[in-house]
Write a new protein. Sequence first.
Length: 636
Amino acid sequence: MSLSRCHRVRFLPEGAWVQVLPSETLKDAARKIGIEMMSACGGQGTCKKCGVRVLSGKCRMGMDLLSPALKARGHILACQAYPEDDLTVEVPVESRLTGAGALLRHEEIAVPGYESGPDRYPLSPLARKVHVTVDPPTLSENMCDLDRLLKSLRTHSDSPATPTISLPVLRKLPQLLRANDGKVAITIVHLGDHDEIVQVDPSPQPHPCVGLAIDIGTTTVTVYLVNLKTGDTLQRLSTYNEQFVYGEDVITRIVHASRSEENLDDLRQAALRTVNGLIDQSLTAEGYAPEDLSCAVVAGNTTMTHLFLGVNPKHIRLAPYIPAAVDFPPVKAGETGLHINPQGYIFPLPSVGSYVGGDIVAGALSSGIADSSEMRMLVDLGTNGEVVVGNEEFLVASACSIGPAFEGGGITCGMRSVPGAIHRVTIEDKGNRIHLETVGDEKPIGLCGSGLVEALASLVRSGALDRSGNFSRDAARLRITDEDNDPEFVLLASEETQLCRDLALATSDVKNLMRAKAALFSGMQHLVTSIGLTMADIKRIYVAGAFGSHMDIRSAVEIGMLADVEASRHIVVGNSSVKGARLCLLSQEALREATSIAAKMTYLELSVDPTYMDEFMAANFLPHTNLSLFPSVSAQ
């Protein structure tokens, strides 16, 4: 492509210039200089989150989907704009992928009786380090180096009888034995049917054996660095999944990955960069090197596991919705690019079906549902909205596909939980008195999930919003505007925010939130009734996920998102996935139990059951068409 046909784009407020090919969009151009934009739809133009203002120059538009009001202010969609001239472009704060690469709040939530310790699963980690002294060879005792090493291991009570050894480690063995008078530290990984020596170091070693518990979520990625000798967690770090730039939900990412091998690798590399960034920070904080890590347990939904391993997830979204695999063997770390010892192993936790993955298996393990005599439920408040119901006799699971609405997707003022996000909302006096709190006490940018839930509940409670999701002009006349024939409730005027417009919740936003909450509740209700039970039979409802950790449970009940049961039965547990992965890392028995849970869990596909749609439609009110399901709410 001739450079004479290229154009230069200047991005404000950075003031940076970049060269752009005719085939590249403004969004592509911004990424070249490190400006990441919101991209819930993966660049299809449908989420309308990447709006920019062109201050000078001309663009050719692929699709023109913005509202007349935004176009009147000079806004266009960066993902649909192809420069036809040298440009000056302003990227507003609401279009930026705020917090990309930043560490997130990670709060360890301790729940009595939830995550078990050594009393439930004995400490028998997947990797261990054994210090031995190997006798030197003599003319009369001419046993080979490996056999002498194995003989020394057999005298060690905690070591396996006959482990195998990887070739790169064997290549180092002769020199190490002779350079250290036979004193070596052997790292052994347990692989189920056999053990393998994956590292030989001079002895003594200053560091104990460590491993990783990893949760690869659609939105966030969490890494725990764990001392395998003591079971202590040394580091807990979380950040946003870099795959976000290819789409906010798994379906959008599957579509992108299915288009080419290059696209599939782009998604794999994005996940890998995210995980490796957290690993590197954890190791630096504790003074370790990547070679000190010999094993990692990875939990993720079925799509995330496929993408992390570079397996095409195309058929997950196509009927009859079949993944490439649900059981994954241990994988050599060197085959994945993970920043650990390349001879070490990665243990992907098994999935159940296309939309119930290893993260839910890990959550079921750490919750103890499979060991309980009473009926329990696990609700994971991610984009897939997975629900598990059961006890020690059976487990049934479904994915409710609630979508990214409560993570900001498809919501005009929606955003992720980063500084400037409104996370607490109180609306009183028919909408005329409003109290808001933001993450980091910064000037508002938008509402994150917990703020959206509280806003919806407060609007209904104050009388500003009716049960069908329409604003009452009589109740809050001064705060309701009719922007583009989509009435909206203005929470803050533009001058009170970081935005160039009012911060408002539109009727279309309310409807999107109602559909999302209806998908979750109807899935929960359908799962319970399909096994002949009612919500009254469920003794504990574990609410998992980062969003659930910060959400006000009562507000979620009031909008019909969670069941109206005694408050004590809703138990917020945080990231159940990484907790389950940590259990598997520290206990061979727990890993076997996770495999057993996946095998006995029955997956119900909601989309093929015609009665589910009836339940979904009934849940599309605030809180529900059947108020008898929400007695405490209707009594307010």
